[in-house]
Design a binder for this molecule. Structure first.
Ligand code: 5AD
Ligand code: FES
Length: 349
């Protein structure tokens, strides 16, 4: 047995990985090992979720943001971003269309927009839950107080996505201005979990200053935090940000990390992200074949899609919700999977 295959078999059997083993798995050129990692991860996902892929309807409802993260195209200092926010009516119209298309989870994602006060967010969540009691509502609106998170939860929100971005404090400081801190990020994630949300953390692959050591810290953080969901996708530069001339994260790295996360956390909900579909035309399909089990097609109105540009060259900006929905279905069927129209909750043993 090669060193690589030893590491992979033990990772799959015991859900363990040491730092130097991660380094080997991320850098090996051994094609057999790479394929074994991928196929074991895909089998693991299939053992728990079968060939079913969960779909979530993503509604990007505001691109105003008070934060200034160096990597993100909707950071407040980007004067070139054309700002928009959807009205409650527009958001509910997205849900209506999405419901008709079979979506049973709506993800409300936006920048940290002060217009959307707790009262407005609660009103939105309550309206969606009232009209679609059989649907899950996922919020992805950034760092808030525990009281805010509790209020959204009481209004009916089920899940919350807040990527930790990096679990290495020094690295965190290189991606964010000084007013943001890893400590507060973790505080938020812990509050969310304690309140009772199904919670997602995650990070970008290939973000500036990322190393094998920071990635190992990410895996360790995920291990300790035990989220229900993990969102990872390649970093992609956005030209109007401080990292506009950096290299993008690679397909190869992202796929390997998806597989490693699947093997470490067999049950976790793991999306093949839009960013992965952006760096390669078949990126999302390859993500599923590497162990992902969730896709999140866009439900936002076409006239705002181009504006929610966290990174350059984002796909699907010209496609109607229905087109994305059926495109996704075809894509999944082309690789032997099927999209299912239920809430797609985390499966316990
Ligand atoms: N490339 C890839 N992903 C990005 N995100 C923000 N900016 C970029 C970028 N340039 C990710 C962050 C954030 C999520 C909503 O999008 O990880 O948490
Ligand atoms: Fe949007 Fe294919 S998923 S066009």
């Amino acid at each position: 047995m090669t060193r690589e295959s030893e590491i992979i078999e033990r990772l799959a059997a015991e859900q363990t990985l040491a730092a130097e083993e991660l380094s080997i798995l991320l850098t090996t050129d051994d094609k057999t090992a790479e394929e074994r990692l991928r196929s074991l991860a895909a089998e693991t996902a299939q053992r728990i979720y079968g060939n079913e892929i969960y779909i979530r309807g993503l509604i990007e409802f505001t691109n105003y943001c008070k934060n200034d993260c160096y990597y993100c195209g909707i950071r407040r200092s980007n004067a070139r971003a054309q700002r928009y926010r959807l009205t409650k009516e527009q958001i509910l119209a997205c849900c209506k269309e999405g419901y008709g298309l079979g979506f049973r989870t709506f993800v409300l994602q936006g920048g940290e927009d002060l217009y959307f006060t707790d009262a407005r967010i609660c009103e939105l969540v309550a309206a969606i839950k009232e009209q679609y009691p059989d649907c899950a509502v996922t919020l992805s609106v950034g760092e808030k107080t525990r009281e805010s998170y509790q209020a959204y939860f009481d209004a009916g929100a089920d899940r919350y996505l807040l990527r930790h971005e990096t679990a290495d404090e020094a690295h965190y400081g290189k991606l964010h201005p000084a007013e943001m801190s890893f400590a507060n990020r973790v505080r938020c994630l812990k509050d969310l979990k304690e309140i009772g949300y199904q919670t997602g953390c995650g990070f970008m692959v290939g973000s500036p200053h990322q190393t094998v050591e920071t990635l190992y810290a990410d895996l360790k953080f995920i291990r300790e935090f035990q989220p229900e969901m993990v969102g990872i996708g390649p970093f992609i530069p956005q030209q109007d940000t401080p990292f506009g001339d950096r290299a993008a994260g690679t397909l190869r790295m992202t796929l390997r990390l998806l597989s490693i996360i699947r093997l470490l956390h067999p049950h976790v909900l793991l999306p093949a992200t839009t960013a992965l579909g952006t760096i390669h035309p078949k990126g999302r399909e390859m993500g599923i074949l590497a162990g992902a089990n969730v896709v999140m097609p866009n439900l936002s109105p076409v006239n705002v899609r181009e504006k929610y540009k966290l990174y350059d060259n984002k796909i699907c900006t010209g496609d109607e919700a229905a087109e994305c929905r059926f495109c996704m279905q075809r894509r999944m069927e082309s690789i032997g999977y099927r999209v299912v129209t239920d809430r797609g909750d985390y499966k316990e043993d």
